[in-house]
Each structure stands twice: as structure tokens, then as C-alpha cells.
Design a protein around this ligand. Structure first.
Ligand SMILES: Nc1ncnc2c1ncn2[C@@H]1O[C@H](COP(=O)(O)OP(=O)(O)OP(=O)(O)O)[C@@H](O)[C@H]1O
Length: 721
């Protein structure tokens, strides 16, 4: 920690050194050793070095605020002189032998500028903030890159934007010209041309603004469509576990709101930034050309009002926090007094409680009064400074008019330009920050776009012929949403080609989980599942889902035609193939009887069809892919006797496939070549119906309990087509 004394001594020393160099520069000018500009730039470098050295020696470190102040303060005389000579071919008074008033003016302006920078664009040492900024920048650039196919629209939008703002900037200039012409001897030609130019610029500004809106809107719409498609595509590739952990509302909000926000914020922010930048630069250019002295005067207002606003914001936020606390305390006091009213009454503490509440109300009142006063003082100070600046501007403006440096018209133009300058500069100072903040929606969208599905889909195996031999090898599995609960433990099972296996067990024992693993909705934590001796993940994703088809208890049919429902997901599927699958599934007859046959469009609720008919369409959808393994997960449990018979007939036709059936009905199960009993995620028993019955184990007991039909077992009839 540096002592106050040391800081004061360093400050005094710095002022002394700087003033000495400043005056020495004036003396050198008298000697005529260097040219005026060379002298000023050399002096700037020397002063900057000397000030840096004094600060480093005295305080030991150079804070960003001091660095900025030192650099601006040292370079200002040289910059001002160079700019004035380049633009107006005349020097400033400050370029000549040093004038202490100039030194004070430079010091004040540099300090105001450095403070404004510090408050408007504060430096943060925290890594977190830096990382956040860095991330936001990367996101912003990424969104811009994604806009690539629509760069022509953006370019059109920004071109018209630049045109609109440029035209708009000329208008005050021509208003001043018109006033000048009217206040002097009237010259018709000049008046007409000034009014004509003014009208042309107004027209140009309006037309360009319209075109800008059109181009940017098209760019936003096109981008939103593209990003929505990419996001939807990425989402559909995620593993099933992802959809169980992420809420549907969150996904739809990403798709509908965040994508739109992402497209808009970047485009609109760039629009505001570019518009304000061009307008502010144009305004400063015109103001400088009208009177650079008045411009410098006016520019001094912005850092001062900005500073006041910043101080006000900080103070107001502190007061808001205090107000929240006081409100919470008052609320607490009321709750306590009301809930403990018996204690209050018995201790005669009514007055005490009322006083306590009254004091808290006083606190609230005081804080609110302070807030109001702060707002009033801030407004007053800003208005006062603005008014003072306008008075000064008018005072100097009149002096310049008298001395012939300005005309009345140019002063009017100047006033028109000046009115929006402060706001423009403040928007520019904050725009980068707000632009970076606005890409947070893009961050959320990219999070899903970049997400790699945890169940990989990069297998490549696509053998020409398959047997349909499935093996579960010591599989251990827990759902991602519930990792501590083992659903399958050391689970081993073999599904032999062209045989029917029935999985039985009480509810919640893990039967459907086996099907989910077979479909690769999830990846087992241990062990592996093989198809014809090869791990499931080595097969090509689409190929695997053609070879293993699943029909569920309540199949989802889409609101398209029956034909499209059967050929769902297949791009080249002829009507003949669809009809053949429907025949095998026992669905052809009832479909043919419908008025529009295979072109019948199913309603949202599929009310046109009975449960068994829907099941048979779902079976046809599975069979049209010529699967080698067909899985039927409780498809008959909700059917009536007639419906069940129809589905059983359909199953009997599936003699070439390896069948895995999960069912609770004896009629379905006892046909199986192999019955596997699952209990607590393990294979408890397996064998044919007769073998398991003879063993009198779990299957036998479950049969007593669950399968009350008592029919004698029949082997599955193999129907030859
Ligand atoms: N998506 C999931 N996330 C977390 N746990 C699940 C999930 N699906 C099922 N489970 C749990 O896994 C266990 C096995 O469920 P599974 O659906 O495989 O049983 P099941 O034998 O098919 O039952 P049922 O005959 O009632 O369909 C149950 O305890 C169930 O609560």
C-alpha cells in the first residue's frame, strides 16, 4: 500500500516535471532549432516518458487510468496542432510558446477523457470477466460466420444503412445554408439549389432507410430458418437419455426463441453500432468544418455528463439494495408481530412493535427520498451542464459570427448537430458491451449444436447377409437420469436366429430396458450386445435400425397416409413392397376396404382404426424393412380376443425373423421357443414352457399368479407363404 504522502509528493513532482518540459518546449521554439510540429511531437514523447518514470518511481505501478491520462495529456498539443494544420492550414495558439492556460485545458480534457474511459469501459483484472468477454467475442464471430450464405443481404442492408445515415447527416447543413441565404441578400439560384439538395438528401435517407430495413429483415429471416433447421437436425441426433434430462420446454424455447434472438441481436446491434458510428463521425466532421473550436468546447460536455451518470448509477444501485433490505425487514417485522400476537399482547409490547415497524418505515422513506433526490440532482446537474454548454456555445458562436469566422446559418446547423452528439458518443461507448452481452442466446443454441451424442452413430458395418443372432454379454446398465439404480445386472441372453424368445417378469424388472439397449437408445455401462458376433455400435446406424425393428404397445402413427406411415423413413419404397408388408402383417384386407385404401390419411388420434389395426400397420412398418430381428413389446396386452387373434396370425407369418416378444399373456408366451424369466435385472430362469413348468420355479409361480388362461402349450405354427 503506497502512503498518501508519497502519492502527493509524486503528484507534485509530476506536475513540476511536466510544466518544466512544457515551458522548455516553448523556449526551444524560440531558438528555432526544430520545426514546430517536430518540436511538439518530440516534447510529447519526452513528457510521456518523464511522467511515466515519475509515476513508476513514486507510486511503483502504472494503473491503466494513469497510463491513459499520461498518454493523452502528453500527446494532445501535438495532435491538436497537427490536425489543425492538416485540416485548416492554420496553427492553434497552443502550438506556439507554451501558454499555461493551454496546459490546464489539456490536463482537464485528458483527465475527463481518461475518467470517462475508466467508467464507461472499466478494466477488470478478474479472469472470469476476461474469459466471458473472450467467449462472447468468439460467439459473435461464430454467428457472423454462420451468416456467410446471407452476406449479400447483410452487405445490401449495411450499404443502405450507410447511405441513409450519410444523407441524414447532410440535412442540418443545408438547413443552415437556407437560413444563411434567407438572412442575406436573397439569391434565387442558391436558395433553389440548397432546398433541392436538402430534399434530395431527405428522399435519399428515407428510401435508403426503407431498403436497409428490407435487406436486414430478409437476412434475419433466412438466418433464423437455417439455424432452426441445423438445431433441429442436431437435436434429433441426440441419444434418448438427452431428451430425458432436458425439459421439452427448454428445447422448444431454444428452437423458437433463442434462434430468433440470436439472428436479431447480432444484426440489429451491428445496425445500431454502424448507424451511430457513421452518424457520430459525420456529425463531428460537419461540426469541425463549421467550427473546430466550438466542437472542442461541446465535446467537453460528454465525459462530464457521462461521469455524472456513472456516479449516479452506482449510488442509485446501492440505494436500491438498501431499500430492498429495509422492505424485507419491514415485512419480517409485520409477519413476526402478527404470528406472535399472543406473546405481543401478553407482554404488552404493542407499542414496542409499532415503534419498531415505524422506524423501519422511516428507513424506507429515507432511502426513497435519497433515491428521489439523487435522480433530481443528477437530472439537474446534467440539464445545468447542458444549458451552460449551450449558453457558452451561443456566446462563442455569436463572437465567431461577429468576427466573421461563422455565419448565422452555420451556427444553426452546429446547434442541430450538437443536440444528438452526446447521446451518439454514449451509445458508442456502451455498444460493444451490449453487443457482446446479447450473444448469450447464441451461446445456448451453440451448446446444443455442438453437443456430440453420447451414443455414437459412426459404425460402418453393412453386411449383405445376416442371421439375426443376438447376444447380451454380461450387460450392466443404469439409466443416465438415475445412475445409482442398476436396472440390468450381469445380464446375459441369447436370441437364436429364426427363433421366438419371450421375455417375462413382473413389472419394472427390466424387460423394456433390454429392448431400449437393443435399439441403441442407451449404451450399457459394462458388457456388450452382439449382433451376428459383432458389437451393435460397429454397425452403420441406418442399417442397424433396418435390421432390428421394434413394435411397441401403443405405436405412434403419424397424420399422413397409411402408405407413408408404413414406408416411414424409407426414401425408395414401392407400393408393391408396402402391400407385401401389409399382407404379412395381416393389414392388407382392412386397408383395401377403406375408401382411399393406402392413401387414407390418418387423423391425429387415428380414430379411423381399431387398436389391433393400428398394431398391424405398425407391424407392417417394421416388416417392410425386412428386419432380421423383430421385437414386439407388449403389443397384444391391450387388445381384445379378436384383435389378439389377428395379431397372432400376423406373427405366425414372421417365421424367418428372430423374434423377441415381451408379453403378459400366456397365449402369446407359451408359443415361444425359449422363455426367459427376468427378475431384478437378472436372468432368473430360461427354457421352454414345458421345461419351466416342470422346474416349478419362478415361472411356475408367476404362471399361477399371472397366466390364468391355463391353455395347453402349442408350438409356434410356422406358416409357409
Ligand atoms: N427412462 C428411464 N429413466 C430412469 N429409470 C427408468 C427409465 N425407464 C425405466 N426405468 C426404470 O427401470 C426399471 C426397469 O424398467 P422397464 O421399463 O425396463 O421394466 P419392465 O420390466 O419393462 O416393466 P413393465 O412390464 O411395466 O413395462 C424400472 O424400475 C423403471 O422405473
Amino acid at each position: 500500500m503506497v502512503s498518501i504522502n508519497r502519492v502527493a509528493v509524486s503528484l507534485a513532482l509530476a506536475v513540476l516535471v511536466d510544466l518544466s518540459l512544457f515551458f522548455a518546449s516553448g523556449c526551444v521554439d524560440a531558438l528555432g532549432v526544430f520545426g514546430n510540429l517536430t518540436r511538439l511531437w518530440l516534447c510529447a514523447a519526452l513528457r510521456c516518458l518523464a511522467l511515466t518514470a515519475v509515476v513508476l518511481l513514486g507510486v511503483g505501478e502504472l494503473k491503466p487510468l494513469l497510463t491513459r491520462f499520461t498518454a493523452v495529456h502528453s500527446a494532445l498539443p501535438a495532435v491538436l496542432e497537427s490536425a489543425s494544420r492538416a485540416l485548416y492550414h492554420e496553427g492553434t495558439r497552443c502550438g506556439f510558446p507554451a501558454d499555461v492556460r493551454c496546459w490546464v485545458m489539456f490536463a482537464g480534457a485528458s483527465l475527463a477523457a481518461a475518467m470517462f474511459w475508466e467508467l464507461a469501459i472499466p478494466d477488470t483484472d478478474e479472469d472470469n470477466d476476461d474469459n466471458k468477454k473472450q467467449e462472447s467475442k468468439q460467439l459473435f464471430v461464430r454467428v457472423l460466420v454462420l451468416y456467410k450464405p446471407f452476406y449479400h443481404l447483410l452487405a445490401g442492408g449495411f450499404l443502405f444503412l450507410a447511405l441513409a445515415v450519410t444523407c441524414e447527416t447532410f440535412i442540418p447543413y443545408y438547413i443552415g445554408r437556407v437560413i444563411d441565404i434567407l438572412s442575406h441578400e436573397y439569391q434565387h439560384n442558391e436558395f433553389t439549389s440548397a432546398v433541392l439538395y436538402m430534399s434530395l438528401f431527405s428522399l435519399g435517407s428515407s428510401v435508403s432507410a426503407g431498403c436497409r430495413g428490407g435487406f436486414l429483415l430478409c437476412a434475419i429471416n433466412a438466418f433464423t430458418g437455417r439455424i432452426k433447421f441445423q438445431l433441429f437436425d442436431a437435436l434429433t441426433k441426440q441419444e434418448i437419455g438427452f431428451f430425458e434430462t432436458v425439459k421439452t420446454g427448454q428445447l422448444t424455447s431454444r428452437l423458437s426463441e433463442d434462434t430468433t434472438l440470436m439472428a436479431k441481436t447480432v444484426c440489429l446491434n451491428a445496425n445500431v453500432l454502424l448507424r451511430t458510428f457513421i452518424r457520430t463521425m459525420g456529425t463531428i466532421y460537419f461540426m469541425m468544418s463549421l467550427s473546430w473550436k466550438l466542437t472542442l468546447l461541446v465535446l467537453m460536455e460528454t465525459p462530464v455528463t457521462g461521469l455524472i451518470e456513472k456516479v449516479y448509477d452506482t449510488y442509485y444501485q446501492r440505494l436500491s439494495l438498501a431499500l430492498q433490505n429495509s422492505l424485507a425487514k419491514a415485512g419480517e417485522a409485520v409477519t413476526e408481530a402478527v404470528s406472535g400476537i399472543r406473546v405481543v399482547r401478553s407482554f404488552k409490547a404493542e407499542k414496542h412493535e409499532a415503534c419498531r415497524y415505524g422506524n423501519l418505515l422511516k428507513d424506507i422513506n429515507t432511502t426513497k427520498t435519497r433515491q428521489g433526490t439523487a435522480t433530481a440532482v443528477c437530472l439537474l446537474a446534467q440539464r445545468f451542464i447542458g444549458l451552460g454548454m449551450q449558453v457558452l456555445m451561443l456566446y462563442y458562436g455569436r463572437r465567431f459570427i461577429n468576427s466573421g469566422h461563422m455565419t448565422t446559418g452555420s451556427l444553426v446547423s452546429f446547434i442541430l448537430y450538437q443536440s444528438h452528439l452526446g447521446l451518439g458518443i454514449r451509445i458508442l461507448a456502451h455498444s460493444i458491451g451490449s453487443m457482446l452481452n446479447s450473444v448469450s442466446a447464441a451461446g445456448k443454441v451453440f451448446e446444443y449444436l455442438d453437443r456430440k451424442p453420447q451414443v455414437s452413430t459412426d459404425g460402418e458395418l453393412k453386411p449383405d447377409a445376416m442371421k439375426g443372432h443376438v447376444t447380451f454379454q454380461q450387460v450392466n446398465f443404469a439409466y443416465p437420469t438415475c445412475p445409482e439404480k442398476k436396472v440390468l445386472q450381469d445380464f446375459s441372453l441369447e436370441l437364436k436366429p429364426s427363433q421366438m424368445t419371450a421375455l417375462v417378469g413382473a413389472s419394472g424388472e427390466g424387460k423394456s430396458t433390454c429392448v431400449s439397449l437393443l435399439e441403441r437408445f442407451y449404451e450399457p455401462q459394462d458388457g456388450q450386445i452382439l449382433l451376428d458376433g459383432k458389437p451393435l455400435n460397429s454397425y452403420e446406424h441406418h442399417f442397424l435400425h433396418e435390421k432390428i425393428a421394434v413394435v411397441n404397445q401403443d405405436p405412434v402413427l403419424f397424420s399422413t397416409s397409411i402408405r407413408d406411415n408404413i414406408a416411414y423413413g424409407l426414401s425408395d419404397c414401392s407400393l408393391d413392397q408396402i402391400q407385401e408388408a401389409a399382407r404379412n402383417a395381416g393389414a392388407h384386407d382392412f386397408i383395401s376396404k377403406l375408401k382411399s385404401g393406402y392413401d387414407t390419411v390418418l387423423g391425429e388420434t387415428n380414430s379411423l382404426l381399431s387398436k389391433s389395426e393400428r398394431q398391424r400397420i405398425a407391424i407392417a412398418r417394421a416388416l417392410v424393412r425386412h428386419p432380421q430381428v423383430l421385437v414386439l413389446d407388449e403389443i397384444t396386452s391391450s387388445l381384445d380376443g379378436h384383435g389378439e387373434n389377428k395379431v397372432q396370425e400376423a406373427l405366425a407369418r414372421c417365421s424367418n425373423q428372430t423374434l423377441l416378444i415381451i408379453a403378459h399373456r400366456l397365449k402369446t408366451i407359451e408359443r415361444a421357443d425359449q422363455i426367459v424369466v427376468i427378475s431384478q435385472g437378472r436372468v432368473e430362469e430360461q427354457g421352454t414352457h414345458q421345461e419351466l413348468m416342470a422346474r416349478k420355479g419362478m415361472y411356475y409361480k408367476q404362471r399361477e399368479k399371472l397366466f390364468t388362461e391355463g391353455a395347453e402349450p402349442q408350438r409356434r405354427p410356422h406358416v409357409v407363404d
